[in-house]
Design a protein around this ligand. Structure first.
Ligand code: SAH
Length: 358
């Protein structure tokens, strides 16, 4: 659903507009194109129209009649004393909250953003899906998380991962619009190669994404090597099983030439045995490397974050090491994800739930 317009308010949402759309809007209130370019750049730097002193009062008044402006508001901010990871709870214009996390690595600053308020995918281990999906985020709200965090931190955000609350491919149109917006010259201008999108595996949307040929990195939340194990923890697997999902990955790679990475959450006693690692290597190799020996395959192993409501327990260190080693032996690169911000519970979904219970 296109949420450029809010239900109560027929004005367009400024942050959801592309440069061309903004130019057309400015033209409709009698303003020249160069004004739209100025406005676009300043909006994407975090200024509200009210703060733009180079735009006259009368223009701002006319603009406010046709367009609405909201930047996610920082409701809470937590900074890790261990590694500087910053976690935001952002309030959207209707009061609903989402989370974003900024992590700093040697190769720059990465923001993890949310794509929906809640989620309807129902993965058993995940905190974000517990209350279901409330609504999709608009393109402007997706972008607004990056703008608001960058304005607050006063350093440039280099990379974006769509791994926060929500399933990005369940909000396809707004997410695609956001990807284009964040890439625009004069705006944040973050390259597609610096953007990753993570999905639980909505196959028809993976195919739709491949047709757009945006050189982003696709990340697949696989979490199990076979249908029995996967369906038990991820309901989406009942619609598209492991075979359908990996076939879509092969098509995606065939069309875009972009490598795909896989997320694998290690849950004690559920999906972390050496036999399951063997199976995983086999299924990845047979689907993805049968025709192209050179396709790089990378698995991120994530010891499950224990969420009170789920009762799942993280795998022990020995099990994690054996799992990784088994994959490596079969030619699959495996890295165990370092936990950032351990003191601020940096994984998404948990701060929003805590705030809802306050
Ligand atoms: N809906 C998208 C993106 C959001 S979740 C997706 O499914 O990919 C981002 C990643 O965190 C996914 O790989 C998800 O499976 C994983 N995840 C969710 N809850 C987790 C938990 N409690 N512990 C570890 N990883 C978790």
């Amino acid at each position: 659903m296109d949420q450029t317009h809010t239900k109560q308010d027929e004005r367009v949402e400024l942050l959801s507009l592309s440069r061309e759309e903004l130019t057309a809007l400015m033209k409709s209130i009698g303003e020249p194109a160069y004004r739209a370019t100025q406005l676009f750049t300043q909006l994407h730097r975090g200024l509200s129209p009210e703060q733009m002193t180079n735009i006259g009062k009368e223009t701002r008044r006319k603009l406010a009649e046709v367009a609405d402006y909201h930047l996610p508001r920082i409701e809470r901010k937590l900074v890790s004393a261990v590694d500087g990871t910053v976690k935001y709870l952002f309030a959207l214009s209707d009061g609903h909250c989402v989370e974003s996390v900024v992590m700093s690595y040697e190769h720059g600053h990465t923001i993890c953003i949310s794509s929906q308020v809640g989620c309807r995918m129902g993965c058993r281990f995940c905190a974000s899906t517990i209350g279901g999906r409330v609504r999709d985020l608009s393109a402007g709200e997706l972008l607004g998380q990056v703008i608001a965090a960058q304005a607050d931190l006063a350093y440039r955000i280099d990379n974006i991962v769509m791994m926060g609350i929500g399933e990005p491919l369940d909000n396809f149109d707004n997410v695609v619009k956001f990807l284009r917006l964040v890439n625009e010259e004069g705006g944040l201008n973050i390259g597609y190669r610096h953007i990753s999108l993570s999905t639980c595996g909505i196959v028809e949307k993976i195919d739709a994404l491949s047709r757009l040929d945006l050189p982003i990195t696709l990340s697949i939340s696989l979490h199990a090597p076979d249908d029995e194990t996967r369906s038990a923890i991820m309901p989406i697997n009942n619609k598209w099983g492991v075979d359908a999902l990996l076939s879509a990955c092969r098509r995606y790679y065939g069309v875009t030439g972009r490598r795909i990475s896989f997320e694998y959450t290690l849950i004690s006693g559920k999906n972390d045995s050496v036999a399951q690692a063997e199976k995983l290597a086999k299924v990845l190799n047979s689907h993805l490397r049968s025709r192209d020996e050179s396709m790089p395959i990378h698995v991120n192993l994530i010891p499950v974050n224990e969420v009170d409501e789920t009762g799942f327990v993280r795998s022990g260190e020995a099990a994690i090491r054996s799992f990784a080693k088994t994959l490596e032996k079969r030619g699959i690169r495996a890295t165990v994800r370092r936990k950032l911000g351990p003191d601020i519970n940096a994984s998404c979904g948990q701060l929003r739930r805590a705030a809802m219970e306050d």
